[in-house]
Each structure stands twice: as structure tokens, then as C-alpha cells.
Design a binder for this molecule. Structure first.
Ligand code: ATP
Length: 235
């Protein structure tokens, strides 16, 4: 029986007086790919930031492998095998492609992902390894951001809107690489505005609406009507 690798219990999140998440319950099973959809401002990025320790949360709201990580710092969480590909990529502009990738390795976890494995996945990055990351196209920068997260050899990888701002052909390439990226045993959360893409790669989907879970279901059985209602609040 697979165990949840991640469990959220009544997760709230605040920015000052503004509450962005309200009592979110969620679980990711070992080896599962979970999709999170929702319109602009629904709270998807806030959820990712809470899970990875970039936002503080109340006690016992986030459990990773059964351990309460709610109060842990981002670096403490990363060494336990949780990595994020952030929205907007957030590369270090003054560093080369190779140096940006090596940042992920600083977490110090052993596993299948090293520079050679990332270059095999995205050969263009080896060709460009000594260039500054800013000289790359948006799609190539996204590959660096994915490679950097993989270099941490995570057990659970979070992708925050990886197709945002990229050309359809590049999005297709990245999505075709996903099964090889996630591979045997790794679990993933994919935040995505493109609902078809989200459903095609995931086994279950959650929809967020104004900081609350408005839908939870199996990706191959949720109906378009359910999604429209959950996404836009249309009754
Ligand atoms: P998007 O698709 O636009 O990234 P999202 O679903 O990821 O949307 P969040 O970025 O998590 O949504 O934002 C959720 C809510 O929190 C929004 O109302 C947003 O305006 C607010 N918010 C986000 N970041 C901050 C911040 N640093 N300070 C104050 N409010 C914030």
C-alpha cells in the first residue's frame, strides 16, 4: 500500500493581514504525479512556497514522510529531498549554465542526477554550459531551472508553471521530457494553468479557487463541467 510522501492538513497562508490559503487538505502519494490547477491568484504559488519552507505556516500543517516540516527552513526541507522548479525560473544571471546547475548539487544528496545526466536529458545545456544563463532562450533557461532541481536528487519535485511564457513547441519538448524526468519512484506536483497539459501528465488533480480546494479527483475521470465549476466558480 503506497504511503503519502506529503500531507497537508488545514494549511493556511498569510501575507500580512491578507489570507491567501484557507484550510487546504491535500496528499501526494509515493511515486504519484499530482496536478494543481486554478486561475491567476488562486494561491498555487503560495502553496508551493509554503511546502518548500519559503513561507511560514502553523504547526502540524505540512507533513513530509510523516514528519512535521511546518516550522522547518527551506534548506532543512531541501536536504530531505524536496525540490522546486520555481515560477519565473529564478536563475542566477551572473553565473554560467553549469554553475547554475551546480547550485542544486549543493544540497548534497546522492542519486542518479549529476551534470552528465542533465546534459543527456537536455543536450543544448552542455553546448551552452559556459555561457551566462541570461544569454539563453526562455525555454533553455527553463531547462536549466529543471536541471538545477534534479541535481538535488529530490524524492518530491514541484514544478510551478513550467510552461508560462514559453513557445508551444518548447512546452511540448519539456512535457515530452517529463516522464523521463520524474522516472521510477520520484513523486511530483505540477502547477499548471493549461488544464489539458495538467491532466495529461497527472494521476490526480486539485483545483484551487480563492485559496480553497474547489475540486479533487482522478485526472482521467474529472469532467470538463466539474473543472469549469471549480476553476471559475460557475454554478
Ligand atoms: P498566478 O497564476 O498569478 O501565479 P497563483 O495561483 O500562483 O497565481 P498566488 O501567487 O499564490 O496565486 O497568489 C495568491 C494570492 O496571494 C493573490 O491574491 C495574490 O495577490 C496574493 N499574494 C501573492 N504574493 C503576495 C505577496 N508577496 N504579498 C501580498 N499578497 C500576495
Amino acid at each position: 500500500m503506497p504511503e503519502p510522501i506529503l500531507q497537508l492538513h488545514g494549511l493556511d497562508a498569510h501575507y500580512g493581514d491578507f489570507q491567501a490559503l484557507y484550510g487546504v487538505d491535500m496528499k501526494v502519494m509515493e511515486g504519484e504525479v499530482l496536478a494543481i490547477i486554478g486561475s491567476n491568484g488562486a494561491g498555487k504559488t503560495t502553496l508551493m512556497r509554503s511546502i518548500t519552507g519559503l513561507l511560514s505556516n502553523g504547526p502540524a500543517q505540512i507533513k513530509y514522510r510523516g514528519v512535521d516540516i511546518s516550522a522547518q527552513r527551506a534548506d532543512e526541507i531541501a536536504v530531505q529531498g524536496l525540490a522546486m522548479v520555481p515560477e519565473g525560473r529564478q536563475l542566477f544571471p551572473s553565473l554560467s549554465v553549469r554553475e547554475n546547475l551546480m547550485i542544486g548539487a549543493q544540497v548534497g544528496r546522492k542519486g542518479p542526477w549529476d551534470l552528465d545526466a542533465v546534459y543527456k536529458l537536455f543536450p543544448i545545456l552542455e553546448e551552452r554550459k559556459d555561457q551566462q544563463s541570461t544569454s539563453l532562450s526562455g525555454g533553455q533557461q527553463q531547462m536549466v531551472a529543471i536541471g538545477r532541481a534534479l541535481m538535488a536528487n529530490p524524492d518530491l519535485i514541484l514544478f510551478d508553471e513550467i510552461s508560462l511564457g514559453l513557445a508551444p513547441i518548447i512546452i511540448k519538448d519539456i512535457y515530452e521530457a517529463l516522464p523521463g524526468i520524474i522516472g521510477e519512484g520520484m513523486s511530483a506536483i505540477i502547477v499548471e494553468q493549461d488544464i489539458s497539459k495538467a491532466l495529461s501528465v497527472s494521476s490526480r488533480v486539485y483545483c484551487l479557487q480563492e485559496g480553497r480546494v474547489s475540486l479533487e479527483g482522478a485526472s482521467d475521470t474529472v469532467s470538463r463541467e466539474d473543472i469549469s465549476r471549480a476553476y471559475f466558480g460557475i454554478e
